[in-house]
Ligand binder design. Structure first.
Ligand code: ANZ
Ligand code: ZN
Length: 822
């Protein structure tokens, strides 16, 4: 028997066995549901949200484990701090991967989804995540998508959903229309295949109606800076002037952010799709123009606007008049001008716009400078894009660019040449897919009545089972071939109608899932008002950086709309998420993305089997700064295992009646402070390292105690276990029980630190000049060299001694001395 065992009746300590321990506690949590969120409570609420996974056939990725563990830690800590925590999870299960998987394996997407969700659930439970499993949502449940359809109808009734023909990005291999966001480097985001422009009838959501609010309200929320910047750029608010140039009987408005350069315009450029092109084109130019327009159709917007690419364009044989100068300028078409931004036409100022300059040089267009660096000096030989002073601009000469923009905008409005205009780069959201595995859009087409919404009481429009899920070459959804689905009566006039066969994009279900968690089983209403008032907004939402311009923006839009039409009670805030942060990806060793084809995927099930969930969790937190990418390194797991073993073995070496030394007491309180603060700042890696340092210190004491004296106090050890509990919940519960506690460790209060004990110690720092003692000053023991130098040099004595002498070298011994060599 170990002489240090605390009690005689203590059973012989078994070595750490993760399989036994983890299964035991998971079973208990499953039965007792200690992480169930209460609707309404005297406690303060805390709604902690992580992005729900797409249940793919590949199972959970080690990349999922990182944010899930991190926010499990935060949720567990909050509960210990006395909050009523809602930490829910669900499944975002509509969309292409499952549909493609089903096609390939000839099974139904419904069955594939069921199987995948079962697997994901098992995997997440085996990680000991403290989700409230009673609130799970699945976006493909008809009880769920009924409300997704219902929200669509509200959009439709408020004129924010409309159908239009528009050129969309068409992926040739997925046979699917892609949103701009889904085209990456001109290729399909999903399959990497060719994308071309095709005209298609599409359902659209008018997100542009909310562009200004989505931009402005970013000031109201606590999002990390990189997220805010990305959203702002994506929304792309741009303030300028729309000014009419004139050609024949047509007014051609252009949008410019640089009205101060209006006197430098030497050409006009229309987008190839501009409706006036075919009206203004001179017959001699027709063939060339037609050919050019055809060529542009094949390109995506992104290809068209890449700065490095060669600019091309053709003349159309017509001219326009600059209203400010009365000058006639030639009209070009060029693919760098986008049809869907501004007015689809620009005034060309080659002297002050980079792209215009390149274009003008290539085609011999006049270059006229109207901005100079100073009143005297004009820089005339090159493109000059900065601000400066106006020259060659009539009565506006001498003004700064900034003043000129204000004066000219007013002038243009006064003369009625145009008006001030705010544009957004954000486009309306293409909201239909011609595929099977999505929410049917609840609209019926009637020859008499047009587009008729399915009556709300007839929702959900169920997705019928079909024989084949393959997309069709005509670009129509497979639903179009199911007559019993398509042929229905018009709800308005009772005549023959046809059901819409497009389905919603996979971003639909995730645009409101965080609201469904609040009342996940409600069949009568979207959600209970009282519950919404209690839980909304989400207090902290974490997700991937890749969702910043898609999901995050979309869901803010849906929420704001629901708020505006009163579905969300007025008492709630107009923003759904108080705080948003993002994790870094987990990469394979060498910094590559994990992928099946490279064979470098780490399977979480295997890690859990080998090491257990707790070591896995600790490793994922320890692997590096949470917000940055990190490389998987199996060796790192070993270090975490040794840490856990040490904590485990410490429980045999503690005693109730130990006077803890001041040093240990101090270290404990510093650790409490550090772990608590680091968790809040997402510095999980340094929190783990602080726990390791404390553990090592206690092990040292324990080894001393093996020589006779017991030196590790039970109180100190208990605090360590409490601090470790959110990271390694199974281990902590087991040790806690071994310590004869009747209640769960998660019923303990999160420890507070003693301010006195964490205060920095002061030392007398010796200041030498050429090795001779000249002064001593009181500083904190861990002062840095830089701070020490600054303090030392401000000492009057030292100043006197140094007088005019040059310091050649500084020698610094931490916690002891600083020596200036002169
Ligand atoms: C004249 C000018 C002179 C311009 C100058 C810039 C610099 P943002 O900030 O993105 O709104 N532009 C306008 N509509 C366009 C379109 N449909 N396709 C491509 N370019 C377009 O940029 C607005 C500027 O982009 C506008 O201001 C216009 O060029 C161009 F020294 O007008 B500018
Ligand atoms: Zn009708």
């Amino acid at each position: 028997m170990d002489p240090c065992l605390r009690r005689d009746d203590r059973k012989n300590m078994q070595p750490y066995n993760h399989k036994q321990i983890e299964k035991k506690w998971q079973k208990k949590w499953e039965e007792e549901k200690p992480f169930k969120a209460e609707d309404f409570s005297d406690k303060e609420k805390f709604y902690c949200l992580v992005e729900f996974p797409y249940p793919s056939g590949d199972g959970l990725h080690v990349g999922h484990v990182r944010p899930y563990t991190a926010f499990d830690i935060i949720s567990r800590k909050r509960r210990m701090e006395g909050y009523n925590v809602l930490f829910p999870i669900g499944f975002d299960a509509f969309g292409l991967p499952t549909e493609n998987y089903a096609i390939k394996h000839k099974i139904s997407p419904v069955d594939a989804t069921k199987k995948n969700i079962a697997n994901f659930t098992k995997q997440m439970k085996s990680l000991g995540l403290s989700f409230d499993w009673d609130r799970v949502v699945n976006t493909t449940d008809s009880d769920y998508y009924k409300w997704t359809q219902w929200i669509f109808l509200q959009f439709f009734k408020n004129d924010l959903a409309y159908k239009t023909t528009m050129p969309i990005n068409w992926c040739l291999s997925c046979k699917i229309g892609l949103a701009n966001e889904e085209v990456v480097d001109g290729k399909c985001e999903r399959c990497g295949g060719e994308v071309e422009k095709r005209d298609k009838e599409q359902w659209m959501l008018r997100i542009t109606e909310y562009a200004d609010k989505l931009d402005k309200d970013l000031d109201k929320v606590d999002y990390s800076e990189r997220i805010k910047i990305q959203q702002k750029n994506w929304i792309g608010k741009s303030e300028g002037v729309e000014i009419n140039f004139n050609s024949e009987e047509y007014d051609i408005p252009v949008f410019t952010t640089r009205i101060d350069t209006i006197f430098g315009v030497t050409a006009m450029v229309l987008s190839p799709e501009h409706p006036l092109v075919m009206k203004l084109v001179n017959d001699d130019y027709l063939d060339e123009v037609k050919e050019y327009v055809e060529k542009c159709k094949k390109k995506t917007d992104i290809e068209r606007t890449i700065v490095e690419k060669e600019v091309t364009g053709v003349l159309i044989g017509a001219s326009a008049t600059n209203p400010m100068t009365g000058e006639k300028i030639p009209i070009w078409i060029a693919d760098y001008v986008l049809a869907q931004y501004g007015t689809g036409a620009v005034m060309m100022v080659p002297a002050h716009d980079e792209r215009d300059f390149v274009f003008a040089k290539k085609y011999g267009i006049d270059i006229k400078h109207v901005i100079a660096l100073s009143h005297q000096e004009a820089k005339l030989d090159d493109v000059y894009t900065d601000e400066g002073y106006l020259i060659n601009s009539g009565e506006f000469d001498g003004l700064t660019s900034q003043d000129a923009r204000i004066k000219l905008a007013d002038y243009v409005e006064m003369k009625e040449y145009g008006r001030k205009q705010v544009n957004f780069h954000l486009r309306d959201w293409v909201f239909s897919r011609q595929r099977y595995w999505g929410e049917p859009i609840p609209i019926i087409h009637c020859e008499e009545c047009g587009e008729v919404p399915v009556p709300e009481e007839d929702l959900p429009v169920l997705l019928p089972s079909v024989e084949h899920y393959e997309p069709t070459d005509t670009g129509e959804s497979p639903l179009a071939s199911i007559e019993s689905f398509v042929n229905v009566k018009c709800p308005k006039c009772g005549g023959d109608g046809k059901r819409e066969t497009d389905t919603m994009p996979n971003w639909a279900g995730s645009s409101w899932y965080f609201l469904r968690y609040i009342d996940s089983k409600n069949k009568e209403a979207f959600a209970d008002d009282k519950k919404l008032r209690y839980w909304v907004p989400v207090d902290w939402y974490n997700g991937g950086m890749e969702h910043t311009t898609l999901h995050l923006l979309y869901s803010r839009f849906w929420y704001k709309f629901l708020f505006d039409i009163g579905v969300i009670p007025k008492e709630c805030k107009s923003e759904p998420y108080k705080k948003r942060t993002s994790h870094g990806l987990i990469l394979a060793k060498g910094g590559e993305k994990m992928s099946k084809s490279k064979g470098n995927v780490v399977n979480p099930d295997e890690v859990i089997d080998d090491c257990g969930a707790d070591i896995f969790r600790i490793y994922e937190m320890f692997v590096g700064p949470f917000e940055q990418p990190a490389e998987w390194d199996t060796q790192g797991l070993g270090g975490c295992r040794r840490f856990v073993d040490k904590v485990w073995s410490l429980q045999e070496r503690i005693s109730e009646n130990v006077d803890t030394e001041k040093d240990v007491e101090k270290l404990l309180h510093k650790t409490i402070k550090k772990v608590g603060e680091d968790i809040e700042e997402l510095k999980f890696n340094t929190a783990v390292s602080a726990l390791m340092i404390l553990t090592n210190e206690l092990v040292k004491l324990a080894l001393d105690s093996d020589r006779g004296k017991e030196k590790v106090s039970e109180d100190v050890f208990k605090k360590l276990v409490i601090l470790l509990a959110p990271f390694a919940p199974h281990l902590a519960e087991e040790i806690w029980e071994n310590l004869d506690n009747k209640k769960s460790v998660f019923k303990e209060k999160w420890p507070e630190y003693d301010k006195e004990l964490v205060r920095d110690e002061k030392i007398d720092l010796i200041i030498q000049i050429n090795g001779k003692l000249r002064d001593t000053i009181k500083v904190s023991a861990d002062i840095s060299e830089e701070d020490a130098k600054e303090k030392a040099l401000s000492s009057e004595k030292i100043k006197k001694h140094l007088e005019k002498q040059e310091i050649k070298k500084v020698i610094f011994v931490k916690g002891k001395l600083i020596n200036f060599v002169v």
